[in-house]
Design a binder for this molecule. Structure first.
Ligand SMILES: Cc1ncc(COP(=O)(O)O)c(C=O)c1O
Length: 392
């Protein structure tokens, strides 16, 4: 049993860690230093703001350090690193500012919004009404004029920008004032783009009128898996009052130490990293489009984020594509979304994006032997074994 477990973990590490082109946009790799902090003694300990536990003096300092750094990196007035995941960060924001019967407006899951805050997710348990932003599938963005009208009509208590499929900045600046006039709280679920925001290469919703920015810490932000909430003072104080003990008890302090180091990496290397992530996504998109793939939003330059959308129309076709690519060790989801965050963190640049596009073409269009392409993929990945944009 033990041998079986260890060999499964080793096999996974060897395969996904060293032999695959990981193009899932929700994933990334931590630096060795950040990874090391995950297994430090903090992983065994408890602390809490009510000082119930003793022996916590260093832990409390680490938390404050992390919060200070997060405020700096994101231009926030308050930061909370305790949410255990992006989902819990969403829940904390939503439950803090809405009551049963209130309306939440966000991007619908059908248009690439996060399913966790759509029909089968949190809102039904919190007894909230849902209204989707009017959305252009052609531009993959919220329609500003129609959204403004819909907001005035449906009077949402919460307006949440951001999405799981996000190619372009969302119109926060354009809509925040209307939201304020109708008394709505404005959030931005930055799960996917936090690393780009922290690197200064995407919109910063807090500067555009959002009251809070929250989400996962492990997609474009290359921290350990977890969540974060950044906010303006008034909203941040309410969140801090609520989060413990309602939404998080043990916040996993090893994770918080690791996240703090990842934030330091983002502060130091984020600009160059985020720029390259976006350039890589644009190069990958353009090369794939030149091969004839159905890449979304060619009229807008394909993407301004880490994501490229191959528009196959439905998940069934997307699943077939993802299965074929997996045979060649190219890992994507069935969206089909391709993400450049992890390959960029491993040091790949535009020439490698062109090679990846070529591999994808050879699997899907030329239907070449996948074993042959897999060998080439492994060789490419072998040359990019080190994590970049971190302290050496
Ligand atoms: C937009 C968005 N919000 C929230 C989440 C949930 O994040 P987590 O997996 O950290 O709970 C996701 C997950 O992919 C997401 O895409």
């Amino acid at each position: 049993m033990i041998t079986e477990l260890i060999s499964l973990v080793d096999a996974h590490e060897e395969w996904r860690g060293r032999k695959c082109l990981n193009l899932i946009p929700s994933e990334n790799v931590m630096s060795p230093q950040v990874r090391r902090l995950l297994s430090c003694d903090l992983a065994h300990r408890y602390t809490s703001r009510d000082k119930f536990y003793r022996g916590t003096k260093f832990m409390d300092e680490i938390e404050l350090l992390g919060e200070k750094l997060a405020c700096e990196v994101f231009g926030a007035e308050t930061a909370d690193l305790r949410p255990l995941s992006g989902h819990i960060a969403d829940l904390t924001f939503i439950a803090s500012f809405a009551e049963p019967g209130d309306t939440l407006m966000c991007v619908s899951a059908e248009n690439g919004g996060y399913p966790g805050i759509w029909r089968r997710g949190l809102p039904s348990f919190l007894k909230l009404n849902l209204v989707g932003f009017p959305f252009s599938r052609r531009d993959m963005n919220i329609k500003v004029d129609e959204a403004e009208k819909a907001m005035v009509e449906s009077k949402p208590k919460l307006v949440i920008f951001g999405a799981s499929l996000i190619l372009f900045p969302h119109p926060v600046r354009e809509l925040a004032e209307t939201a304020r006039q109708i008394g709505a709280h404005v959030g931005f679920d930055g799960s996917h783009v936090l690393g780009l925001i922290g690197g200064g290469e995407f919109q910063n919703p807090l500067k555009e009128g959002a009251n809070a920015l929250f989400g996962s810490t492990h997609k474009t932000l290359f921290g350990p898996q977890g969540g974060i909430i950044l906010a303006k003072k008034a909203h941040g104080e309410i969140i801090k009052r609520n989060i413990f003990p309602a939404f998080v008890d043990n916040a996993h302090w090893n994770r918080i130490a690791a996240l703090t180091l990842a934030l330091a990496e983002l502060k130091e290397f984020g600009k160059a990293y985020a720029r390259q992530v976006i350039r890589n996504a644009q190069t990958l998109a353009k090369t794939l489009a030149d091969y004839g793939f159905p890449v979304a939003c060619s009229h807008l330059g394909f993407t301004r984020s880490h994501q490229v959308l191959l528009n196959y129309g439905d998940y069934k076709k997307g699943g077939i594509v993802a299965d074929k690519l997996e045979k060649a060790n190219i890992i994507v989801d069935h969206g089909v979304r391709l993400g450049t965050c992890e390959v960029t963190r491993r040091g790949m640049k535009e020439p490698e994006m062109q090679r990846i596009a070529e591999y994808i073409k050879r699997v899907l269009i030329d239907e070449e032997d996948t074993e042959k392409i897999k060998r080439e993929v492994k060789n490419l990945v072998k040359d990019f074994g080190e994590v970049e944009y971190c302290f050496k």
